[in-house]
Design a protein around this ligand. Structure first.
Ligand code: HEM
Length: 552
């Protein structure tokens, strides 16, 4: 193959043509505030274990093998399931490519709770019962691996970028999580974001008003999910950077809009790319799009980090105290290089957009269909937080029905409909099968969420099933619905996401009664890595009586 034959995107792998991360500028700024930026001799930036990283290096990753009387166990070869051709037929002829969540249900009906399938070059063991999901997760080892995410990791190799918590593995993942966790998951830190998030909620409520007036005949908000993407991006940026992105303005800045678009595009292209062997990716037309989407995500994150570094630098020069939000803490704590911080912040940003927004969209969609549930929620919110008061995290703690509603929304519409684990440490036993080390398990959470044995009347939106003392609560399997995942690899943003969703929903309830689209449009979910609405959700937002509206 001559150089001329090489697709342009392959050239991006050559050091001369790679996008050079502006290390000098960062080094200059970083140096002045005591930060470290690493660069390898050949010009490639690499993760450098910070001062606290090496201590984990000798940590053993092994966990005890769970072995039964192995002679009676069946092997992975003996496990049934569709061939690659059959799977492709389901995906592209029967048309399940966009509704792979539904395919989980169809296939578990045919093959039972455990089956093997091929997804392009990948061999996957699908797990669709709460008991078996529990068995996989209980054997995930000390350094769990979700999947090795070859396509996401390839981008980082291509551009010499660092991995963040989503894509990193092994001891370095553990080190990153130990640095990122406290201010994302500890209640005292999370509740300190309340005012920041409440400001974004206020702006969102004004935006709803504006949209109704300008484009909705005084009552309708069209494509609510698109609006909630903006809310979620603004929310996560305000938590991470204490910076407002202008997403709630009448005209949303182009960069921001493009960030939101790039997140969606990257998620949409991901399942298509992994259908092909890695060797052909650079020749795929959509590989370029995938790379461009990631480029934009990293570019926006990098701009925001630089801004923050400059503002810290200014404060240091003026001898002012430097305090601030999540990123300020990361930059000042000197536990990660700036390259690593960029890798992590980019992943936090992208994880923070489609997740909360899709969940809130489904929640409002269901509340609109169920006025009595909505009324009960409204009464709860008003009794805890009457009149003009803005809810805070203590108020939220006294809103069990609100939490049950979000829980039920995430059961019916788990934003991560299928999660994964690789048995990295040992061979493991699931059911009556013994699986070798490095088996990739696909955890079919969507299918299990609709298991009638665990959730009677599973297709109905019944938040009361999550309330303490509910008769069915004691029968629920703890691994029946795991919307934020499990164990030490579980969602890093869970607490922030919950706070965002609770504050937004409680305040929307105070202000508006949500009613369905009078056209009666039913919206079903599709999967583009994450579960999202197949078409726009349009809802009516009707003002609550004026005396309760002054709060905004
Ligand atoms: C409704 C909202 C959300 C849901 C349902 C959700 C769900 C999940 C799930 C299921 C996982 C995989 C966990 C596992 O493998 O056990 C995950 C991972 C992750 N989430 Fe979330 N998420 C949400 C919001 C967020 C937000 C707002 C952020 C960012 C602030 C975030 C950041 C992350 C990160 C960084 C990981 C990777 C953790 C790791 O691998 O160590 N998530 N999330």
């Amino acid at each position: 193959q001559t150089d001329q034959d090489r697709p342009a995107c392959l050239d991006q792998t050559t050091p001369e043509k790679r996008t050079v991360y502006p290390v000098n500028m960062l080094r200059k700024t970083a140096g002045s505030v005591g930060l470290r930026v690493t660069q390898q001799r050949e010009g490639i930036q690499r993760l450098s274990p910070g001062p606290h990283g090496d201590k984990h290096a000798s940590t053993t990753t092994s966990s005890p093998t769970v072995m039964g009387p192995s002679s009676k166990l069946k092997t992975m070869d003996q496990l049934g399931g569709p061939s690659l051709l059959t799977t492709l037929n389901w995906l592209f002829v029967k048309g399940y490519f966009k509704t792979t969540q539904q395919l989980q249900i169809e296939h578990s009906r045919i093959y039972g709770p455990l089956w093997k399938s091929k997804y392009g070059p990948l061999v996957v063991v699908n797990v669709a019962s709460a008991e078996f999901i529990e068995q996989v997760l209980r054997q995930e080892g000390r350094l769990p691996v979700r999947t090795d995410m070859p396509h996401w990791r390839s981008y980082r190799e291509l551009r010499n970028q660092a991995h963040g918590p989503l894509t990193e593995m092994g001891v370095n993942w553990q080190r990153i999580r130990s640095i990122l966790n406290p201010r994302m998951l500890k209640p005292k830190h999370v509740s300190s974001y309340t005012n920041t998030i409440n400001d974004v909620v206020s702006d969102f409520i004004h935006r709803v008003s504006l949209l109704r007036e300008t484009n909705g005949g005084g009552v309708m908000v069209h494509d609510l999910t698109a609006e909630l993407y903006k809310f979620a991006f603004e929310g996560i940026c305000s938590v991470l950077f204490e910076t407002r992105m202008g997403c709630m303005n009448q005209v949303v800045p182009e960069e921001t809009q493009k960030f939101i678009f790039s997140v969606g595009e990257m998620f949409q292209l991901s399942p298509i790319i992994v259908l092909f062997p890695k060797s052909v990716w650079p020749y795929l037309p959509f590989w370029k799009q995938f790379v461009a989407a990631w480029d934009h995500l990293f570019k926006v994150a990098e701009g925001l980090i630089q801004q923050k570094m400059e503002s810290i630098q200014q404060k240091v020069h003026l001898d002012q105290s430097v305090e601030g939000a999540y990123l300020t803490h990361l930059l000042l704590s000197d536990q990660m290089t700036v390259t690593e911080i960029l890798g992590s912040i980019t992943e936090l940003l992208l994880a923070g957009v489609d997740t909360t927004s899709n969940t809130v969209s489904w929640c409002l969609y269901e509340l609109a269909k169920q006025p009595e549930v909505q009324e009960q929620l409204y009464q709860e919110v008003m009794s805890v937080c009457p009149g003009d008061e803005l809810p805070n995290s203590e108020d939220i703690a006294r809103m069990p029905y609100l939490k049950a509603i979000v829980r039920e929304t995430l059961r019916l519409y788990p934003v991560v409909p299928g999660n994964a684990r690789v048995s990295v440490d040992n061979e493991i036993v699931v059911g009556d099968h013994l699986f070798p080390k490095d088996t990739l398990f696909h955890l079919c959470h969507y299918a299990v969420s609709y298991d009638e044995h665990i959730y009677p009347d599973a297709h109905s939106f019944l938040p009361q099933r999550w309330l303490r003392g509910a008769p069915e609560k004691s029968r629920q399997h703890p691994f029946g619905s795991l919307p934020f995942g499990f164990g030490i690899r579980a969602c890093l943003g869970r607490r922030v996401a919950e706070l965002e969703m609770y504050l937004l929903l409680s305040r929307l309830m105070k202000h508006y009664e949500v009613r369905p689209d009078p056209a009666g449009t039913a919206v079903k979910p599709i999967t583009r890595t994450l579960l999202c609405p197949a078409k726009p959700i349009d809802l009516q937002f009707v003002d609550r009586p004026a005396k309760q509206r002054r709060a905004v």
